[in-house]
Design a protein around this ligand. Structure first.
Ligand SMILES: [Fe+2]
Length: 610
């Protein structure tokens, strides 16, 4: 037996992954355990969980791998500082303590964290190699072109290459400070959202705007080549030397300073979001066309934070030139832990790789799960009122009754998802046909910005009926955006709504998941990978004719997705959620004891706004 622990840490989204004899046995992000969103601390809880899942101890590990090369990264930070010195001294000083204390002594730190029981070396890959490995090795392809795109690792901000059999080879890269991820993050910052978490909001905001700044961006901010490579004009940015992302010069270009966080959104931010989305897509399309012409391959694998831009992924799939695309669901840095572990198994140890169908990621359901016994003990201890419904069909019928009555249901079943999206195991679900659901879910359940769209889950066999996608198209990881099918849209009398008023227009038979540009972030649900969820959806479809539901992550704004039944119960009680399903236990809000209702402000205040 060969056990390999992969770790990503000290930047953002720490995670641990355990691979045993080539199989991904367990994977989890540290934030889920510590309840600190994007936690970057050493993933002590996540790695303890991974070992426990396999019944192993640190001394049983054959290899430990770390997802980037700290010395190279340090060199980049040092050189960037020196290039701009003395400007940037403050941000340099801010970064130093963590480097000197931990990052430059990683093997020592890791062995210490493993209780001194692991005495072998630590393997390091480059950041983009980890992303690339996470994109290719679990993919269903024997060979594929690979593209990674993110903010920055050591020096690379994007990399290209090929994967064949059990080997990946990266051949080209784009280097810091020229970075598509950082460009997108700069606009995220400028529009008043948090860097490294607000990017998803910016993408969701784009359909409210018109891309009227595209020319300004291309004319001023970057010099884009035909092959998709580019150079940024650094005078508009501040991330090399300062504590902000953008400079005064950018304020002048876009008619004023950045939007203050949490202040009202104006048309400018919506138009900026639409514009940078268009620019991002143009850059991605050029890179991908170039990669295709260089490699001549028909498959493409993607990872890195930019690969979470599902709008651009949807375009890639529709417009080609690659026939097939596979995207690592944990495309951000958490996925690097998976990449290094698989890299060690295949590339370093030379173990054969047989591409699996539909892929080697097991629906990304790789985290902890909890038994009925565990749950019942917890519920009894807390004095909760519950209904134990051991028969699956009975339970589904009860849940469907409640969803039809426009109740909001927290669904906690099976293993927790690995990656940023909840895929039905730590999800909040509701009726996609309901007109009020979008606003109820945003304002009373998630306590988040009213403009944010919700994603649908759809039974895979009926996906083309509801969305402009091929029959039985596979999108199990909610990484693709497609339009709602023409046949399900409703006539809209002359679209004259502007900005956030667009939300009020009824556009389709499934309004709760139809974004203001008629698009939707689709997750397909099939009976193999999501047995229980598919069965529940069949019950709903049988009753209502509709194979679509809303699926959003089980958390409130700023809170990491729930991991344990305890987190789920607290979130249920801290919000206006009506129903909680914990495996085979069903809880109704109305029946819970008064004493279990927390002070809501206190509950929400423990999570820093994202
Ligand atoms: Fe990354």
């Amino acid at each position: 037996m060969t056990a390999i622990l992969g770790i990503s840490a000290y930047y953002h989204d720490s995670a641990a992954v355990l691979v045993v004899d080539g199989e991904i046995v367990a994977a989890a992000q540290e934030e889920r355990f510590t309840r600190i969103k994007h936690d970057f601390a050493y993933p002590a809880n996540a790695s303890a969980y991974c070992l426990q899942e396999a019944g192993l101890e640190p001394k049983d590990l054959d290899y430990v791998g770390f997802y980037d090369k700290p010395f190279l990264k340090f060199e980049r930070i040092l050189e960037t500082y020196l290039a701009f010195a003395p400007v940037g001294f403050r941000s340099f000083l801010k970064a130093m303590p963590l480097w000197l204390r931990q990052k430059l002594h990683l093997p020592r730190e890791i062995r210490r964290e493993l209780g001194g029981e692991y005495r072998r070396g630590v393997v390091f890959t480059e950041h983009h190699e980890s992303h690339a490995a996470s994109a290719f090795f679990p993919s269903p392809f024997d060979n594929a072109a690979i593209l990674t795109l993110d903010g920055v690792g050591e020096w690379a901000t994007a990399s290209m290459g090929v994967g064949t059999g059990n080997t990946i080879q990266l051949t080209h890269e784009l280097q810091f400070p020229h970075s598509l991820g950082l460009l997108y993050s700069a606009f995220t910052y400028f529009c008043g959202f948090k860097v490294n978490s607000g990017e998803y909001k910016l993408m969701g905001l784009a359909p409210y705007g018109t891309p009227r700044f595209v020319d300004e961006i291309f004319d001023n901010l970057l010099d884009l080549k035909e092959d998709g490579s580019f150079r940024l004009d650094l005078s508009y940015f501040n991330y090399c030397q300062g504590l902000t992302m953008t400079s005064r010069k950018l304020d002048h270009l876009f008619g004023g300073p950045p939007r203050a966080p949490e202040s009202p959104l104006t048309q400018r931010e919506m138009d900026l979001a639409a514009s940078i989305q268009k620019v991002t897509e143009e850059i991605v399309m050029r890179i991908v066309r170039h990669l295709h012409s260089k490699t001549g391959m028909k498959n493409l694998c993607l990872a890195g934070g930019v690969a979470l831009n599902c709008v651009s992924n949807g375009r890639l799939l529709r417009e080609g030139p690659f026939e097939n695309i596979w995207i690592q669901p944990a495309a951000g840095d958490a996925g690097g832990a998976l990449g290094i572990a698989l890299f060690i198994w295949h590339q370093l140890l030379g173990n054969e790789r047989v591409a699996q169908n539909p892929d080697g990621q097991s629906a990304s359901l790789l985290g902890p799960q909890f038994s009925d016994t565990w749950i019942q003990e917890y519920l009894d201890r807390t004095g909760s009122v519950y209904h134990h419904i051991p028969d699956g069909t009975d339970l589904d019928q009860r849940i469907v009754d409640l969803i039809e009555a426009e109740k909001v249901v927290g669904l906690f079943q099976g293993r927790m998802e690995f990656g940023p999206r909840a895929l039905g195991c730590r999800s909040i679900i509701g009726d996609a046909r309901s007109r009020k659901m979008q606003s109820v879910m945003n304002l009373k359940i998630k306590f988040r910005e009213s403009f944010r769209p919700f994603a649908p889950i759809v039974m895979r066999e009926r996906v083309s009926e509801y969305f402009e996608m091929e029959d039985e198209a596979d999108s199990p990881y909610m990484l693709l955006v497609a339009d709602v099918a023409q046949g399900k849209r409703l006539p809209v009398d002359g679209e004259d709504a502007e900005g956030l008023d667009k939300l009020k227009v009824l556009r389709s038979e499934v309004p709760a998941i139809t974004h203001v540009d008629n698009s939707a972030r689709v997750q397909t649900v099939d009976p193999v990978r999501h047995v229980r969820l598919h069965r529940l959806m069949s019950e709903f479809a049988g009753r209502t004719g509709c194979p679509v539901m809303i699926n959003t992550s089980f958390n409130v704004r700023g809170e990491p997705i729930v991991c344990s039944p305890e987190h789920a119960y607290h979130c249920f009680m801290g919000t206006d959620m009506d129903v909680l399903v914990l495996e085979n236990y069903l809880l109704l809000k109305d029946e819970q004891p008064e004493t279990a209702v927390p002070d809501r402000d206190g509950y929400l205040a423990q999570f820093e706004l994202d």
